[in-house]
Design a binder for this molecule. Structure first.
Ligand code: SF4
Length: 350
């Protein structure tokens, strides 16, 4: 039993002890963890991270190559109906320039992220993957829902990972927040990605209107059922030009608790300390790294564009150059005694 356990925390300690040993909890037990004040939970997640992932932090170079999107997710500043946003789409050469800066700096993973921008058809995406893969790096795609055949083409030509957050597993809530999208199709996309052998990333938004703690527990159970290789948890940050502009802003602590619980239940996966966390809490990424996270995704999009990739407001570092972000995050990581990994950072490294 942990030394900080006492009568008050007895039941919580028992749940955490079971979670650390078996990496399996019932929905009710997960709900208990999420209702706690988080203190013991964060320590338990940090122990688990150290045991399974050591002190290494994997850096992924993020390139946000288009903010054009056909979807209308209620929480997102890039939604098609937001006419106040200045849209951009990088050219292939511009994307390759960003990727080369990251690769020259020693990054071993390039993350290509965009809205659901169908200008980037499968041939164009394949050409990009092929050119970047000439260098010895892993590629993560985060470009939304595509057909099984397209996912297969990207995988066959060299893509390694794919990020597609489910955002919420509450079907009704999903329908309310995602007009003209299908919950079933999103789930199917995730299973398709797993079947094709991608390292598959998913995750959820924490703080959605009418989202319950039970629903967050279901999200965590879904990540486990999928056997996701990466899970990213984002606190909702209401964007003024979206239907959720008046939603609750205070979502950091619950997001951190969801993230820490995921770490204990899925001990060997990769978990990013998300930029959103740092955008609403000073040093949010470092707090996340000390509560179970082991990945950071510095932005390599040139600052002229990165301020336009406004999924949520007050995003950090929008005026900084890639070089400045890179140095800043490196110092922060080293300041807490962690080490920058020099590997590609797969879930299971051979
Ligand atoms: S969350 Fe993604 S799919 Fe939805 S509007 Fe934003 S960029 Fe588009």
């Amino acid at each position: 039993m942990n030394e900080s356990c006492n009568d008050k925390h007895f039941s919580l300690c028992n749940i955490l002890q079971k979670a650390e040993q078996e990496h399996k909890l019932s929905k009710n037990e997960i709900v208990e963890l999420l209702k706690s004040d988080g203190g013991l939970l964060y320590k338990s997640a940090d122990r688990t991270r150290k045991q399974y992932k050591d002190d290494f932090v994997h850096l992924r170079g993020l390139i946000e190559f288009s903010n054009i999107c056909r979807c209308n997710c209620f929480y997102c500043g890039l939604r098609a109906e937001n006419s106040l946003i200045d849209r951009y789409r990088l050219t292939e050469n511009e994307i390759l320039d960003c990727a080369n800066i990251a690769i020259d700096a020693g990054y071993k993973t390039i993350v290509l992220q965009s809205g659901e921008d169908m200008f980037w058809d499968s041939n164009k995406i394949c050409s990009l993957i092929k050119k970047i893969k000439q260098k010895d790096v892993a590629i993560t795609l985060s470009i939304g829902e595509r057909s099984y055949e397209e996912y297969k083409k990207f995988k066959d030509i060299g893509a390694d990972r794919f990020l597609l957050r489910i955002e919420t597993t509450d079907k009704n809530l999903y329908k309310q927040l995602h007009p003209n999208m299908s919950f079933e199709n999103r789930v199917q996309c995730l299973w398709n990605l797993k079947k094709l052998g991608y390292e598959t990333g998913t995750g959820c938004l924490v703080g959605l209107p009418n989202q319950t703690i039970e629903s967050l527990a279901n999200d965590i159970l879904f990540f486990k059922e999928l056997d996701a290789d990466m899970v990213g948890i984002g606190p909702l940050i209401p964007h003024p030009n979206t239907p959720l502009k008046d939603a609750n802003k205070d979502n950091f602590d619950m997001a951190l608790k969801v993230m820490a619980t995921v770490r204990i239940l899925m001990p060997d996966i990769n978990i990013p300390a998300t930029t959103a966390m740092e955008s609403i809490r000073e040093n949010g990424r470092i707090i996340a790294l000390n509560s179970g996270a082991n990945v950071v995704m510095p932005n390599f999009t040139e600052s002229e564009y990165r301020k336009k990739y406004e999924i949520y407001p007050n995003k950090i570092c929008i005026n900084d150059s890639p070089k400045k972000c890179m140095n800043c995050i490196k110092l922060k990581i080293e300041s807490i005694g962690r080490k920058i990994s020099e590997t590609k950072g797969y879930r299971k490294e051979s």
